[in-house]
Design a protein around this ligand. Structure first.
Ligand code: NAD
Ligand code: MG
Length: 382
């Protein structure tokens, strides 16, 4: 029986993780669940799943214990959930740079981290990989593209791999003329064609900033240089990613889009368990098509990949500027095109620097948040 802590249990990935646990109650037991502010939603989850610990990181917790669940509040309590002694696996389903410290804490404590929070690797890649090595923990991706790559890599050696190809749905604006993009609303951008996700990643998928975050994530996870990582638009989201081997053979992992399967694989890797879900039907999937990523339509993608190649703290600056701009866009205070402009504004002015300790990331993050606000305040809102 594996104990599982789910950080961000009230979110979209959190819900999928709990659905996976419910199919295998003899294998997995939720030991800690966390939320940021949604106390009522977390209370409903604790009543159903009865974890030992429930944490709200940015709200008042109900006092004491309830039905065998101990309640705690604050950032320190979130780190306690990430290092809970009964947790064998920590599912990090937090959103944004706030996920970095819990990832580091869990890895230092020797846990397996099932990582949905790609921002951890983008902001602190060198620190995260070092924590995994030193703490004796493991980092297993939950992002569907990276789970696909991990599955395609099974049985191969690093020298066998020529190229990673990440697929991207292209988001809701794949076919929209670039000149119309500036007038899209948050509601338009949240309407993803193939995946149902939290609001931040939905906007990242509309700008393709998400695919840049994923290129950086793949670079650190698989140790592959940027010139051997590519992205291609695949609107049907059936092929989750591909690996080209040195002999020219290409492996792809496919299925109908669901986050439950990558979550299950991150829990059971390298083994597999039976699972009830919509079985794949190639005829129902229909034609699979591919297109190049268009840089003119998706400048945030190119900016993110450039930041990845620049290395050091540049990816943390890219991420933080993006987080601010996305939240301002969602609040109706920024235009869609303002997101890429804010990222460019911050990256253009950032002098650069290495990631040696967590404070390097924190400083770059705080600086980029200020720069993004400055950029957005210069532009007219919607
Ligand atoms: P979401 O917004 O639905 O859920 C986020 C969860 O984290 C919630 O429980 C929320 O209470 C908590 N949270 C938010 N901010 C926090 C903070 N500052 N401190 C502590 N807790 C906080 O997000 P999601 O769509 O589930 O995405 C979670 C992560 O998984 C993101 O990094 C996203 O990029 C990644 N991801 C999501 C999907 C998907 O299908 N939703 C797919 C691949 C990767
Ligand atoms: Mg993904």
């Amino acid at each position: 029986m594996k104990g599982v802590a789910i950080l961000g249990a009230t979110g979209s990935i959190g819900a999928s993780a709990l659905a996976v646990l419910e199919q295998h109650p003899d294998r997995f037991r939720p030991v800690a669940l966390t939320a940021n502010r949604s106390v009522d939603a977390l209370r409903a989850l604790t009543a159903r799943h009865r974890p030992a610990l429930a944490v709200v990181s940015d709200a008042e917790a109900p006092r004491g214990s309830e039905g065998g669940t101990r309640w705690m509040a604050g950032r320190e309590a979130l780190l306690q959930a990430a290092t809970h002694p009964d947790a064998d696996v920590v599912v990090n389903a937090l959103v944004g740079a706030a996920g970095l410290e819990p990832t580091l804490a869990a890895l230092h404590a020797g846990k397996r981290v099932a990582l949905a929070n790609k921002e951890s690797l983008v902001c602190g890649g060198p620190l995260v990989m070092e924590a995994a090595r030193r703490g004796g923990g493991e980092l297993i991706p939950v992002d569907s593209e990276h789970s696909a790559i991990l599955q395609c890599l099974a049985g191969s050696r690093p020298a066998d791999v020529r190229r990673l190809v990440l697929t991207a749905s292209g988001g809701p604006f794949r076919e929209m003329p670039p000149e119309l993009l500036d007038s899209v609303t948050p509601a338009d951008a949240l309407r993803h064609p193939t995946w149902e996700m939290g609001s931040k990643i939905s906007i990242d998928s509309a700008t393709l900033a998400n695919k840049a975050l994923e290129v950086i994530e793949a670079h650190f996870l698989f140790g592959v240089p940027y010139e051997r990582i590519e992205a291609v638009v695949h609107p049907q989201s059936i092929i989750h990613s591909m690996v080209e081997m040195v002999d020219g053979s290409v492996l792809a992992q496919m299925g109908f889009p669901t986050m439950e399967l990558p979550l299950l694989y991150a829990l059971t890797y390298p083994e597999r368990l039976p699972y009830e879900c919509r079985r794949f039907d190639p005829v129902a999937a229909g034609a699979l098509t591919f297109e190049a990523v268009r840089g003119d339509r998706f400048p945030a993608f190119a900016l993110g990949v450039q930041a990845g190649r620049a290395g050091g703290t540049a990816p943390a600056v890219f991420n933080a500027a993006n987080e601010v701009a996305v939240s301002e866009f969602l609040a109706g205070r920024a235009r869609f095109a303002g997101i890429a402009r804010a990222i460019a504004y911050a990256l253009d002015r950032w002098p650069g620097g290495p990631v040696r300790v967590l404070d390097d990331v924190r400083q770059a993050d705080a600086w980029a948040r200020r720069a993004a606000h400055e950029s957005l305040s210069r532009l007219a809102p919607c």
